[in-house]
Design a protein around this ligand. Structure first.
Ligand code: COA
Length: 255
């Protein structure tokens, strides 16, 4: 387990809180492992009917810990990052996300594997994979064009710009914009409702809704990893990550 992931089961709801507010809830290896284990074990736990993922402080999740990208990059399928992605893709119980602020990188792509997403009105989203010399992950190169079309997916990925909650709703990543003060209650009402629904029908419906895309998402994720892992060791990424740590703009002019 990680001190930065708080897990609690109440009223048949597994609540997972990313609790590293001082780093905008960036995920390190231990946090990925804790999330992967929790999501995976929910499949066979009769006490859990729905999973709620949220962030502490003013952020949902600022993506992979940049220091960890340099120190402990994923090298193969056993990496906690990839275990977490696999657990999200294979999750059998509905996953609800409450986005309470910034969501970056995997902070956005994990939402593509959630079933219902509620976001505070001041939430901001960004998939800056290209900006940091990487390619997208978590099957997002399949899911994003399927959700919003090639041009819009290209805009969000190639330009890697921040977008607001209205755009996130327009492109199908978020269900509903909620006042910040009401986000927790809104998410709670939703998970309580799901937990009170007939569990087998709920699971079957989730499985069927995801079935047509399931194999394609797995294939896309595997294809992405073949590029992502070597790119993490590449000069473009090293420049971007070092620049972030040194709090300076990255310089890609020499590549
Ligand atoms: N990994 C490690 N540390 C991170 C982080 C990350 N992904 N995101 C934020 N932090 C840290 C910052 O280094 C800073 O630490 P410090 O106080 O020790 O200097 C702290 O969290 C606050 O971040 P800051 O950049 O000051 O907050 P902000 O509100 O100005 O910006 C972000 C927030 C998320 C937009 C910005 O931090 C950012 O772009 N982070 C990197 C996101 C990223 O590229 N993730 C990987 C995607 S694949």
């Amino acid at each position: 387990m990680s001190d930065y992931i708080k897990a609690a089961i109440n009223e048949k709801i597994l609540s997972l809180t990313i609790d590293r507010a001082d780093k905008k809830n960036a995920l390190d290896l231990a946090m990925y492992q804790a999330l992967a284990d929790a999501v995976e074990s929910a499949n066979d736990d009769q006490n859990i009917r729905v999973i709620l993922i949220k962030g502490s402080g003013d952020s949902f999740c600022s993506g992979n810990d940049i220091k960890d990208f340099l120190k402990n990059p994923p090298v193969d399928d056993s990496s906690p990052v990839l275990q977490f992605v696999r657990a999200m893709i294979a999750a059998e119980k509905p996953i609800v996300a409450a986005v309470n602020g910034i969501a970056v990188g995997i902070g956005v792509t994990m939402l593509l594997h959630c079933d219902l997403v509620y976001a505070a009105e001041d939430s901001r989203f960004q998939m800056p994979f290209v900006n940091i010399g990487l390619c997208p992950e978590a099957g997002s190169t399949h899911i994003l064009p399927a959700l919003m079309g090639h041009q819009k997916a290209s805009e969000l990925l190639l330009l890697g710009k921040m977008f607001d909650v209205d755009t996130a709703i327009d492109v199908g990543i978020v269900n509903e914009k909620v006042k910040s003060a009401e986000l927790e209650q809104t998410a709670k009402d939703v998970v309580l409702k799901i937990a009170a629904q007939p569990p087998a029908a709920t699971r079957t419906t989730k499985r069927l809704l995801r079935a047509a895309m399931h194999e394609q998402i797995q294939t896309a994720a595997a294809r992405e990893n073949q590029s992502f892992i070597p790119m993490l060791d590449g000069a473009e990424c090293k420049e971007a990550l070092t620049a972030f740590m040194e709090k300076r703009p990255a310089d890609f002019s020499k590549f």
